[in-house]
Design a protein around this ligand. Structure first.
Ligand code: AMP
Length: 528
């Protein structure tokens, strides 16, 4: 087995690795680091969770060991799609470079330009940035990229989903032709392939196998919801979600609830809070400080339920959770595997519930084809809406805390549920603006060629783009609007996304998968 000491890394790096408690390199590290240290470009096909960040940060620190940074001319550049991922790379850099004199700056939106300008003016060895913020600095004349010796593009497939590819191409063109490039992507979509062919020079291709099967420690269940009316779907799914969480009781120690759309993330979180749950949203349109606080609270256990979009949650180093709830069926089958992979880690047990409507049939078919197994059909639990999942974990709302929850009659509490949800809907409807319509092409099957290394990756990251939401007013299609660059800039234009699909009524269109196998005792469309 390869040891870190075999990898010709700087002794200061080896010391930091030992202090971090790492015993041996992961497959992506073992495969990428030797090529990187030889000065080759590296194309890494790997997901978060495989140790890929260290696979580029460790050689970068070693290679940058000699030489000094000049004012406004960073010596290396790391591009990450989201603020959280950029911040995570910066944290990794701090850990691994702590015994060196190398300096870094983190350029992300939501933070004032002034402080970032000061750092750049002093000269930094490593600049870690989101593409939009980097170009903002460049356009303000505060930054020169002609001194970049090493450029890293992390999570390129996510960049593609978020519409960053033109920015990436522009940034590539602003750096010297002689730079060394490390390029990481979980999948190799044709557009990604094109970029690598254009900007990488004879790269060493290092691939760790993509996880296409769900861990055996994850108990999965698919909960069918047959909406009573098209416009009741969202509220009825929220009702099912609450029942599922409550039924899990104290076994649900913490959970991530995934929604496909950012605006739904907000609404679902708001709705859960109004029902006394300890929940908070995380998505790309929230202030950086709010996102950071929310994640910290989830990590330290003070936040019980994290309602997330795929983009916001993707790649985040979040500890294992007891439950994953897919409020929406993801439209890309890989996302299902990534989402549920948040639970059942390291041999621990986990549960993953997926709420499905008749509209989701084709996505379910794709998911089951990918995981090569049917998702077991579950039932919406028959449970009093008043039953808390854990009294300790519910927010101290007077109406839930004052009375012993189980003493309430089901019908009465259901009535309250309805009233609370109506209030949330009314509030959200006022706030809602049409979001940007983003689209995605299905990711291709995993590449199998491996030049340097191959191994099975542990559970991976989360994917998918944000999208429009015509659900709120199905008669009026959502109007795309350009968002600010400092946000996550979803401005993809690759054809209509699933949200634009006509919602098909039940009638003759009742899909087969809803006719059997679910075995749901409860009619979830009872309008509760
Ligand atoms: P990443 O895929 O870069 O997000 O890394 C996932 C997690 O693995 C991070 O928490 C790292 O600290 C950790 N990690 C990275 N390399 C190693 C290693 N060689 N041994 C143990 N843990 C590691």
């Amino acid at each position: 087995m390869t040891k870190f000491s075999d990898l010709k890394l700087d002794p200061a790096v080896l010391k930091a690795i030992a202090e971090a408690g790492y015993e041996s390199p992961t497959p992506i590290q073992e495969g990428a680091i030797p090529h990187a240290l030889e000065g080759r470009d590296v194309l890494g096909i790997a997901q978060t969770g495989t140790g890929k960040t260290a696979s580029f940060v460790l050689p970068m620190i070693t290679l940058l060991g000699k030489g000094r940074a000049r004012a406004r001319m960073p010596r290396s550049l790391v591009l990450a799609p989201t603020r959280e991922l950029a911040a995570q790379v910066a944290e990794n850099f701090d850990t691994y470079a702590k015994h060196t004199k190398l300096t870094k700056a983190l350029l992300i939106g939501g933070v004032s330009f002034g402080e970032q300008d000061k750092l750049i003016d002093r000269g930094v060895d490593v600049l870690i940035a989101t593409p939009g913020r980097l170009l903002d600095h460049f356009e303000r004349g505060k930054l020169l990229l002609t001194g970049v010796q090493i450029m890293v593009v992390d999570e390129a497939d996510r960049m593609l989903d978020m519409g960053f590819i033109p920015d990436i191409e522009r940034i590539f063109s602003l750096t010297p032709f002689t730079r060394q490039t490390f390029f990481f992507s979980a999948t190799m979509a044709p557009e990604i392939e094109r970029i690598t062919n254009t900007f990488l020079s004879n790269p060493a291709r290092v691939e760790v196998a993509r996880q296409a099967t769900a861990s055996l420690t994850i108990e999965q269940a698919l909960i069918a919801v047959k909406p009573s009316r098209k416009d009741a779907t969202f509220a009825e799914k929220r009702d099912v979600l609450r029942k599922l969480i409550r039924a899990e009781g104290d076994s649900c120690t913490n959970a991530i609830i995934f929604c496909n759309r950012k605006m739904d993330v907000d609404t679902v979180a708001k709705s859960l809070k109004s029902h006394g749950f300890n929940a908070a949203p995380i998505h790309g349109d929230l202030d950086q400080s709010v996102r950071t606080r929310t994640l910290e609270a989830f990590r330290d256990g003070s936040l019980h339920l994290l309602v997330a979009s795929d983009v916001a949650a993707r790649g985040l180093d979040i500890p294992a959770v007891s439950h994953v709830f897919n409020f929406d069926v993801p439209s890309h089958p890989e996302d299902y595997v990534h989402r549920i992979g948040r639970t059942g880690r390291a041999g621990r047990k986990g549960k993953a519930y997926t709420i499905a409507t008749p509209n989701d049939e084709k996505y379910l078919t794709a998911i089951e084809a990918l995981i090569k197994a049917p998702i077991p059909r579950g039932e919406t639990p028959e449970i009093s809406a008043a039953r808390p999942s854990s009294s300790a974990r519910q927010e101290p709302k007077p109406e839930t805390a004052a009375k012993p929850a189980r003493s309430r009659s089901i019908s009465r509490s259901r009535g309250r549920d309805k009233a609370k949800d109506a209030a949330v809907d009314a509030e959200v409807n006022v706030e809602v603006v049409a979001d940007v319509a983003t689209t995605q092409t299905a990711a291709p099957a995993a590449q199998t060629t491996t030049e340097a290394a191959a191994a099975v990756a542990p559970s991976g990251p989360i994917t998918t783009g944000s999208s429009s939401d015509p659900r709120r007013n199905s008669a009026a299609p959502a109007q795309p609007r350009e968002r600010s660059r400092s946000n996550d800039r979803s401005r993809d234009n690759r054809g209509p996304r699933r949200d634009d699909a006509q919602i098909v009524g039940m009638g003759d269109h009742m899909p087969d998968f809803l006719r059997h196998a679910f075995g749901s005792k409860e009619t979830t469309n009872s309008g509760e």
